[in-house]
Every structure is written in C-alpha cells, then in structure tokens.
Design a protein around this ligand. Structure first.
Ligand code: URA
Ligand code: SF4
Length: 203
C-alpha cells in the first residue's frame, strides 16, 4: 500500500486530508470554501460514498451535514448503524458550483484520493450512493457500468488484499433522491436493508 506513514492507516488518512486541503488539481478548487475529505472510523467496515459536497458541507468541511445528510442518518439508524460507525465521503472533495454534478475531468482528477482512502480504510462493504459514485467506483475496479438502472441494487464482489478477501460493492440510490422523487423512498430503504443483510452475512 503506498504510504509513508509506517503502515498506519490513521496517519495515512490524516496525511491525505492535508494533501486534499491544499489540492489544486481541478477547477473546483477555485470556488470551494473548505475541502471535505470525509470522516469516520479508520479503518472501517462500511464506507459510504456520495457525489460531492453541497453548500453546508462546503461551509463546515464535513460530509453529509445538510438535508441529504439528515436522510442518510435516518436510513442508517433504521438498519441499526450510527454515523460514527461508518466512513462517509464523496467522489469529489470540493463543492461543484450551484451543486451541479462534477464533470468527467474533475472526477478523474479527484479519484486517486478516493482510491487511496479505500486502500487505507480497507472496508468490507463499499456503498456508492447515486449514479456519479456508482460509475466512478465500478470503473475504478475495472467493472462495467452499462447504466445506473442496471447496476443499482446489485452486489459486486471484488478481490482485495492480493485476493485475500472480498470487498462487496453495493450501489444504492442517493439519499437526496427522495427530495425530488418521494416515491423512491421504499427503493432507498430496500437498498439499505440489502446493506444490512450483507453486513450480517460477513460477520
Ligand atoms: N451529497 C453528497 O453527495 N455529498 C455530500 O457530502 C452531501 C450531499
Ligand atoms: Fe483537488 Fe478533488 Fe478538490 Fe479537485 S475536487 S481541487 S481534485 S480535492
């Protein structure tokens, strides 16, 4: 694993957060207030990945603290997880202006940070939330992304630690989906129930 921290994932994650704080690798650096590297236990069993920081996240430097964050907290609670037990981050670490989706080049510039976070945290379950995260993460692992409709709700197993164990990837809806599509709530809840089932099976 590439780090200069004597193998300590805690130090490696702190170093990475420092690098992200001064990163200027894509145009999103120009309009950000704070970078949002993510937060949670190091290492972690469950890693949740959104699209990118919104206004409140940009102001505070913390992931999922706005409206989508409140929905996410509720979904986690329903399956018996607290926010403190999971690592939460996003594909891009700086807020896209007016909350637009991050562009292909911005995702490509930022993806190495997420790749290193996954390596340092070595989660059992990786949960991309929404289309942007699903595409970025499946492609990062060399998996096909035919369409969001086809991948959301599926489970993928990828070998990690030199084939030593399996990382399970579960693409789910983004919590914010219900703010513009309230009937999607049941599908969103089903997604999180699937996460619960996978976690139980891996104990
Ligand atoms: N939506 C995201 O994808 N990430 C956040 O941090 C907040 C909202
Ligand atoms: Fe760097 Fe990522 Fe922020 Fe772009 S979004 S400036 S790549 S940290």
């Amino acid at each position: 694993m590439p780090n200069d921290n004597g193998g300590s994932p805690v130090l490696a994650m702190a170093t990475l957060a420092g690098e992200i704080a001064s990163c200027r690798k894509c145009p999103l650096c120009a309009s950000r207030t704070k970078t949002v590297p993510g937060e949670g236990p190091v290492p972690c069993r469950v890693m949740l990945v959104g699209e990118g920081p919104g206004r409140k996240e940009d102001e505070t430097g913390k992931p999922f603290v706005g409206r989508a964050g409140a929905i996410l907290s509720g979904l986690l609670e329903e399956i018996g997880l607290s926010r403190e037990e999971v690592f939460i981050t996003s594909v891009v670490k700086c807020r896209p202006p007016k909350n637009r989706s991050p562009k292909r080049d911005e995702i490509a510039a930022c993806m190495p940070y997420l790749g290193l976070q996954i390596a340092h945290l070595s989660p059992e379950v990786l949960v991309p939330m929404g289309q942007v995260a699903a595409k970025a993460i499946l492609e990062h692992f060399g998996l096909p992304f035919p369409s969001y409709r086809e991948v959301r709700g599926r489970e993928y197993g990828v070998p990690c630690n030199a084939g030593d164990r399996e990382l399970v990837i579960i693409p789910v809806y983004h919590p914010a989906v219900i703010t513009h599509n309230p009937p999607a709530r049941s599908a969103l809840e089903e997604d999180f129930q699937r996460l619960k089932t996978v976690l139980r099976a891996s104990r």
